[in-house]
Design a protein around this ligand. Structure first.
Ligand SMILES: Cc1ncc(COP(=O)(O)O)c(C=O)c1O
Length: 410
């Protein structure tokens, strides 16, 4: 019998998020609605290219001096410069004291991947704590980078639909000293529930006393509140405390450059001494993984961030996108109140960011998919950007039917 080195490869389970879009695409129903996708959609359900992104895209295409040369391993210098200032703030003490190493990354996922590879190679075999629940890919990225499987810390209380701050603090206070802790800088995915400013101060205290190493994952800066500084508040609080930490950035959502893979990893050092060594090792890691990052998106992001007027236009776009999502939150909550769906739906308007954690069970989610062709992740996470004026009432009626027809089992 023929045998192959590949015979023992087992099929991987489908990705819980990406598989939803595939099922949606395969569904022939004209009524279908995709609430699984973590990408912004306009009110007619179309993908959106920010006009300021398009402007620079055209400008570079028409400029005869535009080339496609390789970037260095750490990426586009002007992009890194502005990216660090965007998340840390222009008056960041870490930047003034030259304690920051920024490298361009393959969007937010790539920033996490390089960061954890760096930790595995140079910091040691540390445990990584992740919020429960979290963006499912955190659980893949950490062990793929060579670290032990992640450990959960309590994050969300389903009964109050709010951050379980006491549980979170308790879990971090018994974490092994020196462990890495992933925090979502803002717009926690999937719950849409963020710690308050006072909560963050308490978290920082525990982090410092246990010598934990924060890894801030920022996939939604400016997209959550509509304001870039507001959404960077928690990250800046931790950075200004002067500790060693990591900060990942993504320009997928806030610039709508999902497929261009624009992001950055910032390593914040408590002292500037090892900066050159850290930077050289990050470059070496990148060289071995993919040599150097793509130029196209970073060139556009740098152009937007380095020009005052373009930056202002971007800020206006962010306000517009976050406002549409906020409107959809209100519309869905009001439609559920109007149609009499059992329960209180105020959490939909109280949550922040791209998603609403509805509280629907996996059985109710399956019911909505089978009967109404409405797709969302099995944990009841709804992408608010996937809703439009023309689908919101249909979705609200389907939720009512699901809640009434499918008794809660989980
Ligand atoms: C919490 C979180 N982190 C990171 C990412 C990374 O996204 P990307 O790699 O597309 O920038 C996402 C995207 O959905 C996210 O929700």
């Amino acid at each position: 019998m023929h045998s192959s080195i590949f015979d023992r490869v087992k099929e991987a389970p489908p990705d819980p998020i990406l598989s939803i879009s595939a099922a949606y695409r395969a569904d022939p129903s004209p009524k279908k609605v995709n609430l699984g996708v973590g990408a912004y959609r306009t009110d007619d359900g179309s993908p959106y290219v920010l006009p300021i992104v398009k402007h620079f895209e055209q400008q570079f295409a028409n400029d005869p001096s535009t080339t496609h040369e390789y970037l260095p391993q750490d990426g586009f210098t002007n992009f890194n410069y502005h990216s660090a200032r965007l998340i840390l703030g222009h008056d960041s003490s870490a930047l003034k004291e030259e304690r920051v190493v920024t490298v361009q990354a393959l969007s937010g996922t790539g920033a996490l991947r390089i960061g954890f590879a760096f930790i595995a190679n140079f910091i040691g075999n540390r445990l990584v704590y992740i919020p429960n629940p979290t963006w499912s890919n955190h659980r893949n990225v950490v062990p793929q980078a060579g670290l032990p499987p992640t450990k959960n810390y309590r994050y969300f209380e389903p009964n109050t639909r709010a951050v379980d701050i006491e549980g979170l603090l308790q879990d971090l206070s018994i974490a092994i000293e020196g462990s890495i802790v992933i925090f979502h800088g803002c717009a926690h995915n999937p719950t849409g529930a963020d710690p308050s400013k006072a909560d963050w101060q308490r978290i920082l205290k525990v982090v410092k006393s246990k010598k934990l190493v924060p890894f801030f994952d920022n996939a939604y800066q400016g997209f959550a509140s509509g304001n870039l500084d507001t959404d960077a508040w928690s990250t800046r609080l931790f950075v200004e405390s002067g500790i060693d930490m990591f900060v990942a950035q993504s320009y997928a959502k806030n610039m709508g450059m999902y497929g261009e893979r624009v992001g950055a990893l910032n390593v914040i050092l408590s002292s500037s001494g090892p900066v050159t060594a850290v930077k050289s090792q990050l470059k070496q890691l990148i060289r071995a993984m993919y040599s150097n990052p793509p130029l196209h998106g970073a060139r556009i992001a740098a152009a937007i961030m380095s020009d005052k007027e373009s930056f202002r236009q971007w800020e206006m776009e962010l306000e517009k996108m976050s406002a549409r999502i906020q409107t959809m939150r209100l519309r869905l909550r009001d439609a559920l109140n109007k149609n009499g769906a059992p329960g209180n739906w105020d959490h939909i308007v109280n949550q922040i960011g791209m998603f609403s954690f509805t509280g629907l069970t996996s059985q109710q989610v399956a019911f909505m998919r089978d009967k109404y062709h409405i797709y969302m992740t099995s944990n009841g996470r709804v992408s608010m950007a996937g809703l439009t004026e023309s689908t919101v009432d249909y979705v609200a009626d389907a939720i009512k039917d699901a809640v009434e027809s499918v008794v809660k089992q989980d």
